[in-house]
Design a protein around this ligand. Structure first.
Ligand code: FAD
Length: 265
């Protein structure tokens, strides 16, 4: 079985800052992490690998530093990494991103499961996984909470606010993981040494635009059907008032009256 896991390198959310003039994310000096849902996808693939044996390939599209998430994946137990990186891919929206990633997956070939996270904590659209499935023309199950391999098929539990759904699916299939799926493991010391100091570099292939069968009019800023018009951090306007009074009881009565006037109680 061959499992491909799509990992996005994202800025650590607590650190996100936006350049007020350009409306773009300030990435300089901001720590990057593996997108949390993607770590759940990776863990589930590793569990299948541990239990049944599988080849696990981690894929990430991004600038050269996105290699870091691939090394982290190798340290956790992935066999290989593929970094999809080229200036021509810059500015891609979700449609163009999925076009490029699905072309890379086609190039890797012979896959049984494509695992994505449900959504990335920076872009937050949850579109890329389903779009990749559409471009690959394979079935997809999103919001996955449990996966069991049943012979050549998978039994998958999909978890939404409306309830749980149990599906049986043939492969190849694309699944998107949610945090309820598992608790991701920590890399082992041996895994870290291998990934960061020994075989890591040689186990990561880099795909540029010349390696992929993509229509150059469908990728990058120019090939993206959508454009981010403006990015900003919402301003929270807080109004504070200190309630004065002779005693605590007076203050409490005044506060209850004010809350009542505002129809808050
Ligand atoms: C310079 C720049 C310009 C941009 N311009 C636009 C724009 O004009 N319009 C617009 O809509 N967006 C734009 N974006 C955002 C970009 O489209 C999204 O970051 C990207 O498409 C992923 O979407 P998302 O973050 O919503 O991922 P989601 O759809 O939330 O991600 C779902 C899952 O897909 C997989 N995945 C997503 N991205 C990757 C990746 N890069 N590598 C591996 N796996 C991945 C992961 O498994 C992830 O959990 C721009 C980004 C940059 C850096």
């Amino acid at each position: 079985m061959r499992i491909i896991v799509c990992l996005k390198q994202v800025p650590d959310t607590n650190e996100v800052r936006i350049n007020q003039e350009t409306g773009t994310l300030i990435r300089d000096g901001v720590p990057s992490i593996m997108n949390p849902d993607d770590k759940n996808a990776l863990e589930e693939a590793l569990k299948i690998k541990d239990e049944l044996g599988a080849e696990l390939i981690a894929v990430s599209m991004g600038p050269p530093q996105a290699k870091d998430v691939l090394k982290e994946a190798l340290a956790m137990g992935a066999d290989e990494g593929v970094l999809i990186s080229d200036r021509a891919f810059g500015g891609s929206d979700t449609w163009a991103t999925a076009t490029i990633i699905s072309a890379a997956i086609e190039k890797i070939g012979n896959y049984d499961i494509v695992f994505c996270g449900r959504q990335a904590i920076d872009g937050d659209t949850a579109q890329v996984g389903p779009e990749i499935a559409e471009f690959l023309n394979i079935p997809q199950i999103t919001y996955v909470k449990d996966v069991k391999v049943k012979g050549k098929n998978l039994e998958v539990v999909r978890f939404t606010e409306y309830g749980e759904y149990v599906f049986e699916t043939s492969t190849p299939v694309l699944l998107t993981a949610i945090k309820e799926l598992n608790n991701p493991r920590y890399p082992t010391v041996k895994g870290i040494i291998e990934a960061y100091e020994e075989t890591g570099e040689e186990r990561i292939r880099v795909f540029s635009i010349n390696d992929l069968d993509v229509d150059s009019t469908q990728i990058g800023l120019k090939g993206s059907p959508t454009n981010v018009y403006k990015s900003f951090v919402p301003v929270k306007n807080k109004v504070s008032e200190i309630i004065e009074g002779e005693s605590s009881k007076d203050k409490a009565v005044t506060m209850v009256m004010k809350l009542s006037e505002l129809n808050l109680i």
